[in-house]
Design a protein around this ligand. Sequence first.
Ligand code: NAP
Length: 270
Amino acid sequence: MTETPAGSSSGRPRLTRLSRSVAGRRVLVTGAGSGIGRATAHLFADEGAMVAVTDVDGDRAEAVVAEIVAVGGAATAWELDVADGAAVDRVVSEATEAMGGLDVLVNNAGIPAGAAIDDPAYAESWGRALDVMLTGMTRTIRAAMEHLRASEAGRIVNVSSTEGVGGSPSSSPYTAAKHGVVGLTRALAVELGESGITVNAVGPGPIETGMTAAIPDEAKRKFARRRVPVRRYAEPEEVAHGILHLALPASSYVTGHLLMVDGGMTVKNN
Ligand code: NAP
């Protein structure tokens, strides 16, 4: 985790001993078969980390691992449904053993769970949203705890949303789950502060992924022009870089933070 204060090329002493690299870190990402999770797995592997690529769709996890390995990265694939508690315990344990430990847990798996409050399918949507996007995080975190405690720089990064700080019509199951992610993140940051494990969240705005693929391009352009100061949807890699930042050993004093990666959407008044 530490770097030798060998001095910079200018001859000045280094200002920090904290590592700004995830090389050699052991990372597990949920929902990594697509979108933000896939981009995160790629980015960490590009930076020299070992990545356990997990997804509810095992074939998709395998495909992402094949992409990573083809460019010289280190990754293993695991089929994992975060709604299945027994599977979470087993896969976190086996993936950790395969990597020789666990330093970073990225809770990313998500589903587009919307329903109006008087929709007959509301209860189902609510139950599924909370189970996958909030309770699922507690399952992976609990399964990972002993391993993260053994790490010299344990990091948990949870994926929330702009729906974690605001709301949209017919989206209360999703919105409640994403608000819950922020609460979970803050409470665990406080609870685990002394352990050295940091717990943070990212709040993506509109991102070009499987989750938004069905929205017509013109509707995306209109939304971005009206609501997003940066005036476009983001690429999943842009969220992955936010996650990487929070996972660095050097981010050791950043905990309980919600890093919005939303092109300024949540601070825009006019
Ligand atoms: P995505 O491309 O659909 O990726 C989500 C991945 O999670 C998919 O591979 C999905 O598999 C998987 N998944 C679904 N249920 C799962 C389960 N029970 N266990 C394990 N994996 C599961 O969407 P994304 O946009 O990258 O979403 C990643 C995260 O970003 C989510 O938490 C989402 O809420 C959040 N987010 C996205 C946006 C956006 O605009 N895209 C904005 C804010 C926040 P299936 O495809 O088979 O369901």
